[in-house]
Design a protein around this ligand. Structure first.
Ligand code: ACM
Ligand code: ZN
Length: 705
């Protein structure tokens, strides 16, 4: 055989082989669509496939072509649909659907129809097709099994929030965030644009807001200790940049909701216009985390008009049907002492009652006044759930963040509600208990499983009230997130669980199957160089039992119960043999605040003992410190105890790591039946923001030898 013939033969053989083994698309993606497969020769997507669009869908067609190119390195041409018999056709067919944004993909041997209730529906059909394509196969052809794949969102509002104020996030990174949202079929981007620590949106009427208010001269190091860096930090978005961003998001069927957080979280604005604060300043763009006491002076007409003018300019810029006016965490300490605020309270005839103070009602006056500005422009107001404290107008949409309770109360009162409780949807919390090996964050513990379990429709609501729950959102605050890779790490893969809830809200939830579907998404993250957490793929193996000892599973009682939120199974947690892990709210730690842990263990018979150990968690930011001392007492009858040992422990400093620590006290052997272990806490030190309060202690396994 001549060499050229051999090459030809080999090439034919190779092409025959690859034809037989074309990779196959898998429609089990996130969020899970409905899938009905059919018999028939599959549709072969390859270099010859054409994307055909009907009116209004040209950009969607280009997106599909770009996605296929990202995955398969082929460029599919995009053409207008004129009845061609082969190709992928994009079509809006509102009559086929009873849900806005719904889609259906019909796959046949020669043709795929991606139909949507509207252009957004077609876009989500494209996302589903995109996510079902196999990745990393090096094949330029893929088989798509015939059948029907469809989906419709459970919630019309499917949000992600981002805080570019605590740490500035460059515009290009925000665009990547929007790409991530698009990939997860989300449609509302809540952009938190003003804060104590930085003002981020250009306002033409008040240029100092960005000239001065967008920059701070340093930042506290770690969790509000007494050390600061001296690095100027900041940045802002010009109105032109924001217009570009709005366009970018709109192409991806994402609306941007701007938030101007007022009347609290305003210290950066006060640094520019000190006359608008109650004390007159001076103020600086804040260098610490937390909630500043310095807020807009509600009794100052100039401050109120300032807020109205800012909102009007924001409304000019953003076409969003919703405008977020904040309302969270507004301390009232300045208003209580401010002559102007008190005069305003008098002028308005405001009185406090058993539920709310007169200053709470003063905040309602501010919120209602701002709501009028927004509504006069034909938009709807969103506020954090604190705005329920008082008499906010029923037209305001409530963002329930402190739990679901605010959302329940709001829905009962007739408000529309967006559920974003910190218990399930604060993606700035840790997603692993192994916090020593995580990038530092604000605290808490919120693994993917917990997001996946969230039920946005509380059982307490009637079907009529339930209709007020219009959406679900997760939030990313950036006090401890200084880089965009870290934003991505916090978002992914928790966004997978969120989109599953937003689209499907399943009653029966199969986490294992969900994790399998997540595996595929991971390849997309790699493809687009997104940073993500991989705990669900590599579950942590913990050494989480203690050596059986004299105390293990013996009768145990506590002289005073733990804090209600951190009682869980109660005293038995302390000697069940299972160790607590890194998260204080996991159910394995008992938490005590302001009084000692005082446990009595009945060894059931006189027993010689010479050593007591216990474990305590240190997580300084949320006020959890190591114990200050341990006392060991013994008794023969369980009535009269005598102290046999005591040991003190110096308070942990910011320079020391948080984590789980073992405390041990040894003593001369003694024979006794009852052992009492008393563990006391420290007071919070001067360099902690909670100075003046006791620290929490979180205790787990007590061991006796
Ligand atoms: C919030 O987390 N302060 C809304
Ligand atoms: Zn005031």
């Amino acid at each position: 055989m001549k060499k050229s013939c051999f090459v030809l033969f080999a090439a034919l053989l190779l092409s025959a082989c690859t034809k037989q083994h074309l990779p196959v698309a898998n429609y089990d993606i996130i969020p899970q669509p409905n899938i009905q497969l059919e018999e028939g020769k599959p549709f072969e997507l390859g270099p010859k496939t054409i994307i055909l669009y009907e009116e209004g869908l040209q950009r969607e067609a280009q997106f599909l072509s770009e996605y296929v190119n990202d995955i398969m390195a082929i460029t599919l041409p995009v053409q207008e649909y004129k009845g061609q018999s082969d190709g992928i056709v994009l079509r809006i067919e509102p009559d086929c659907f009873d849900h806005a944004e719904a889609y259906e993909i019909n796959i046949a041997t020669n043709q795929i129809f991606i139909k949507g209730a509207d252009a957004a529906g077609v876009f989500y059909g494209i996302q589903t097709l995109r996510k079902s394509l196999p990745i990393e196969t090096n094949s330029d052809k893929v088989n798509l099994t015939c059948g029907k794949v469809s989906g419709a969102p459970q919630f019309a509002y499917r949000g992600m929030h981002l805080d570019p104020c605590r740490h500035f996030i460059p515009l290009d990174s925000v665009k990547v965030y929007i790409d991530m949202m698009a990939m997860h079929n989300m449609n509302q981007f809540h952009f938190h644009l003003s804060e104590d620590q930085g003002w981020r949106i250009e306002i033409k009427k008040y240029p100092e807001l960005t000239e001065i208010g967008a920059y701070r001269s340093g930042t506290v190091i770690g969790h509000n200790g007494n050390l600061y860096d001296t690095i100027r930090h900041g940045g802002f978005y010009t109105q032109d940049e924001l217009r570009d961003l709005i366009r970018y998001a709109a192409e991806r069927h994402i609306n941007i909701i701007p938030e101007i957080d007022l009347p609290g979280h305003m210290q950066a604005a006060l640094a520019c216009y000190p006359q608008m604060g109650c004390t007159g300043g001076p103020y600086e763009v804040w260098k610490r985390w937390g909630v500043s006491d310095d807020v807009l002076c509600a009794g100052n007409e100039e401050a109120m008009q300032f807020a109205e003018n800012v909102l009007n300019e924001v409304i000019d810029l953003f076409p969003s049907p919703y405008i977020h006016i904040g309302g969270d965490e507004c301390p009232k300490v300045r208003w209580e002492k401010c002559p102007k605020c008190q005069a305003k309270i008098k002028e308005l005839g405001i009185k406090g009652d058993e539920r709310f103070s007169k200053e709470d009602y003063l905040q309602s006056y501010v919120m209602n006044r701002m709501a009028k500005v927004v509504e006069a422009r034909g938009r709807r107001v969103i506020g954090w759930d604190e705005i329920l404290d008082g008499n906010v107008s029923e037209t305001a949409i409530i963002m329930s963040w402190r739990g679901t309770e605010g959302g329940i109360e709001a829905a009962r009162k007739g408000h529309d509600v967006i559920m974003t409780p910190l218990s399930h949807l604060y993606f700035d919390y840790y997603q692993s208990e192994d916090i020593a090996n995580e990038p530092m964050c604000i605290g808490g513990y919120l693994p993917v499983e917990r997001v996946f379990e969230f039920q946005p429709l509380p059982a307490e609501l009637t079907p009529e009230q339930e209709k007020h729950i219009i959406g679900v959102q997760a939030n990313i605050w950036t006090e401890y997130i200084a880089h965009f890779w870290h934003v991505q790490y916090m978002a992914l893969p928790r966004m997978e669980a969120l989109t599953e809830i937003q689209w499907n809200n399943p009653q029966e939830r199969d986490f294992e199957a969900f994790v399998e579907r997540c595996r595929k998404m991971r390849q997309f993250y790699d493809l687009y160089h997104y940073t993500y957490a991989d705990h669900i793929f590599n579950p942590q193996v913990w050494a989480d039992t203690v050596e059986p000892n004299l105390a293990t599973r013996k009768p145990i009682s506590l002289r005073q119960q733990p804090a209600e939120k951190y009682t869980f199974e109660g005293a038995v947690t302390l000697n069940d043999g299972n160790l607590g892990r890194g998260a204080y709210n996991s159910g394995r730690w008992l938490g005590f605040w302001g009084y000692p842990m005082d446990a009595v263990i009945d060894l059931e018979q006189p027993t010689e003992i010479s050593r007591v150990r216990f474990h305590a968690l240190v997580n300084k930011s949320p006020w959890i410190y190591n114990p200050s001392c341990v006392q060991v007492l013994v008794s023969d009858d369980g009535e009269i105890f005598r102290e046999i040992a005591q040991k003190e422990f110096p308070i942990s400093t910011w320079a020391e790591k948080d984590g789980i620590f073992v405390f041990e006290v040894e003593f001369e052997p003694v024979t006794s039946q009852f052992v009492e272990v008393i563990v006391k806490g420290h007071d919070l030190p001067e360099d902690h923001e909670g100075f003046g309060n006791p620290a929490w202690i979180f205790i787990d396994e007590i061991e006796v030898y």
